[in-house]
Design a protein around this ligand. Sequence first.
Ligand SMILES: [Zn+2]
Length: 265
Amino acid sequence: MSVYINLLPFMKKINDAPAFLQDWGGGVEISTDGPHWHGDTDWAQEKERFASYAGDIGVHLPIWELNLASVQFPQYAAYSFEAYRTYLEWASTFASHAVLHTHLYNMPLFHREEAQALSKHYIKQLGDIAEQKGIMLLVENVGFHDKMLFDEREFVQLFEEIPAIQALLDVGHATINNWDIANVIEALGTRLSALHLHDNDGENDLHLPIGAGVTRWNEIWQAVAEQTHSLRLILEYDESASLEVLKRHGNELLQAGKVVGKINV
Ligand SMILES: [Zn+2]
């Protein structure tokens, strides 16, 4: 079990991150939608920013504007693949994992089956590149309700179809879609390598601290504890999260594999 903190809370104050990380004993997951949550990522600068960080580093590939599953505009899907490929190759020079969304999460799915096929076509190629470059490609469940490209069963199946990738289960997204999270963890088995951990009200993707929403954490902790292979537990709190709570939850995960303390947010 390893524990990571996604640096989303630092998106608009990235220069505060080094002080926070000084006494953090786990890994970090960095974003690539620009250090201030918009604009370009300066690759040299971002790589340099964490060069002296002692812990493990993961990279969340871009979230906005790219879409591997654009059926209407196949050149846009092809461009998105190229962009992801270059980010993935960059990430492989310093990070141990990269997180990929299956599609642009808020896109209406007018041609769902075709969109699934297109997404899989590119995910498979990115998985092969990741394997060649020695970085783990984690594919994450995104999109809510009618914008969910892969449902509970299809998400599990994705990893049966594409051996070169591993699953990242975002429990906040799964909560909004009413997935049986413990069941998905069990069904994925060793194909599950990571979880994005955050909470919400069951309707909105709030990225709240664990315990601040409706997620049934006891079932999740139990399902996680039953896994005998290594999992990456990644706290993905939003920018309004208290840094003190973030650090405390990170330390509890490191020590106990779950958040055990009184939840006070
Ligand atoms: Zn996530």
